[in-house]
Design a protein around this ligand. Sequence first.
Ligand SMILES: [Zn+2]
Length: 235
Amino acid sequence: MNVIAIAAHPDDIEILCAGTLALYAQNGHHVTMAVFTDGSMGDAAIKPDELREIRRKETEASAAVIGASLIWGGVLDEHVFPDAAQRKRMIDILREADPDIIITHSPGDYHPDHRYVGQLVFDAYFQKGLPFIPNQDLPACRFAKAQVYLMDNLGGIGFNPTEYVDISGVFDTKKKMLSCHKSQVEAMRDLANTDVMNMIELQSGFRGLAAGCKYAEAFCRLDAYQRGLTSRILP
Ligand SMILES: [Zn+2]
């Protein structure tokens, strides 16, 4: 299967679903990590042009840990909107990955970039397989009925998971991937007084408590027309 996780910022995927991606990779599936923005606004001291390059390299290092392909969306950080230009970009991202499974942000997320990325994924979903959509850079991919999973949010606020993935066996891989984002580990500590390594320990541990294992990641399946499932496809 082709699996894609699409998140707004470098490090979102690592915090919220990297363990699940690691399991998919371990099971021989092709994994793509798509980061929609350039992450250039994520520091109070490092200028955007410099930070953009740092964050791209950090994300490349993280993807390499599990052998995932990386798609860099290149949209300006903090400027995600569900407009025509960004929908075009999202359609091409989905076409490049040709996914069977899509993991993205949920509508109740705290960050507008997260919410709009989730909206754009939903809006681009049908267009990816339609060959006559004008102005796209890539040809249509399969008109597959890709299953969409909405991932947990930071702190799990208002998110009621319907499915869990036991990531106990790959939690060290998740930590290794997040630690690639050195600039954000430091920025979150300085700007938000938050230890992100501890955050994933707590949140994965809490989700694990609910699921009956040591560490888990939590999801809601997006139910929509012709996307009913007859078997589980999460690891
Ligand atoms: Zn984010």
